[in-house]
Design a protein around this ligand. Structure first.
Ligand code: ZN
Length: 386
């Protein structure tokens, strides 16, 4: 049928009776943005069906056509305003809020946050493709009030048709959508169908989720398998290389530094080495010095000249101990002393008495625990001793 813009008057010819069935099929694909169309009433037309076909409020037609009743006569000319529907955004039922999906959000997470069930959330978004992969930034409808199926009213469809399709009374649907008049809901508006759940969609999405979970696990399993194979291959290659080479015995290298080069003298004149550097001891997994057993009270000499850095008690198991600073980042430590003979800050010559053998701190018997440290890390003292 003819559609005319911007208020120009045109007489639409009366359709011959045998064509009246056809003329009812006329659909306005893209309603004009502004103005109105003139329409001549066809047999079978009602004001509601015309209003719905053009997506406008029935009352607006009444008003713009100057009608006092909705009774139409075939051949009657009416004015259909087109602005009302186009200018308002699609309607959303009361109690439904729009959530914009943020990265990493899943349906389960959002259901939990809004305190609704997954099924309710799926029912409000029956077009969802996945429970886990939501499109970032896309709107998700959350039914905070009444729950039900949320669908868009299609063109050419009325709220009454929609209610009937789901076995609901129009009154029930009208109430759930917070309107009084079914015609207040236009094509493109969202309609809440109370109590209807998208169970089939939900089941399908659950099945899909499970399928995706299995696929992820399978991919992980395959990755792990590949990693394991790659490792085994590397091990085999390393073995083959090792077999190809004559075995090399690693000898511990002890660097000896001569006394002239800045070496040290033994801190005791008579002793027996009981624990070497690096050995597992009673109190240390890795022995940081060398233990020299000697009778209680044996004098302990400075292994090299330097300044007394520490002379006192240690909470770390050294007991009474002395630390000498020899410069150049080199320090010596003397632990488990029974008595200390120097004060912090004092300068001592190599061979000067700095204390006496004891068993203070973590010690099982009288001995000197002697450490050499370079830049703070313990070194094998034997490398510095004659
Ligand atoms: Zn020790």
């Amino acid at each position: 049928m003819g559609v005319l813009l911007a208020g120009a008057m045109v007489n639409l010819p009366l359709a011959p009776p045998f064509l009246s069935g056809l003329t009812q099929e006329v659909l306005v694909e893209r309603p004009p943005q502004k103005g109105w169309v003139l329409y001549r009433v066809q047999p079978g037309d009602t004001l509601a069906s015309i209003a719905n076909r053009y997506g406008v409020d029935l009352r607006a037609i009444l008003w713009s056509s100057g009608l006092s009743s909705d009774r139409l006569q075939v051949g009657q000319e009416i004015k259909i305003p087109l602005t009302a529907y186009e200018e308002r955004p699609p309607r959303i039922p009361p109690g439904v809020v729009i959530h914009k999906v943020r990265p990493g959000e899943t349906l389960a997470l959002l259901a939990d946050r809004y305190g609704v069930s997954l099924l309710d959330l799926v029912s409000a978004n029956p077009g969802l493709e996945s429970l886990d992969r939501l499109m970032e930034g896309s709107p998700l409808y959350v039914p905070k009030g009444q729950k039900g199926l949320l669908v868009e009213l299609a063109k050419g469809q009325t709220l009454v048709d929609l209610a009937a399709r789901f076995g609901l009374s129009p009154l029930e649907v009208v109430r759930a959508n917070g309107v009084k008049d079914p015609l207040a809901i236009k094509p493109g508006d969202l309609v809440l169908l109370p109590g209807i759940q998208a169970k089939t969609t939900y089941q399908r999405l659950l099945a899909k989720q499970e399928e995706e979970r299995r696929a992820r696990l399978e991919a992980l399993r395959r990755q792990e398998e590949e990693r394991r194979l790659a490792q085994a291959r590397l091990r085999r290659e390393a073995q083959m290389r090792a077999q190809a080479r004559p075995p090399q015995v690693q000898k511990p290298v002890v660097r000896r530094v001569s006394y002239q080069e800045g070496g040290m003298r033994w801190p005791l004149s008579g002793f027996r080495i009981t624990t070497y550097f690096g050995q597992r001891g009673a109190f240390q997994r890795f022995h940081t010095g060398v233990d020299l057993a000697a009778p209680y009270g044996t004098p302990v000499y400075a292994a090299r000249g330097g300044q007394v850095e520490v002379a006192g008690w240690s909470g770390l198991g050294y007991g009474l101990h002395v630390i000498l600073d020899h410069g150049g980042g080199v320090e010596t430590l003397y632990a488990h002393l029974s008595r200390i003979a120097v004060r912090p800050g004092a300068w001592v010559e190599a061979g000067e008495v700095i204390g006496y053998v004891g068993s203070t701190g973590w010690a099982t018997g009288p001995h000197l625990h002697f450490e050499v440290r370079v830049e703070g890390s313990p070194r094998n003292p034997l490398a510095y001793l004659p």
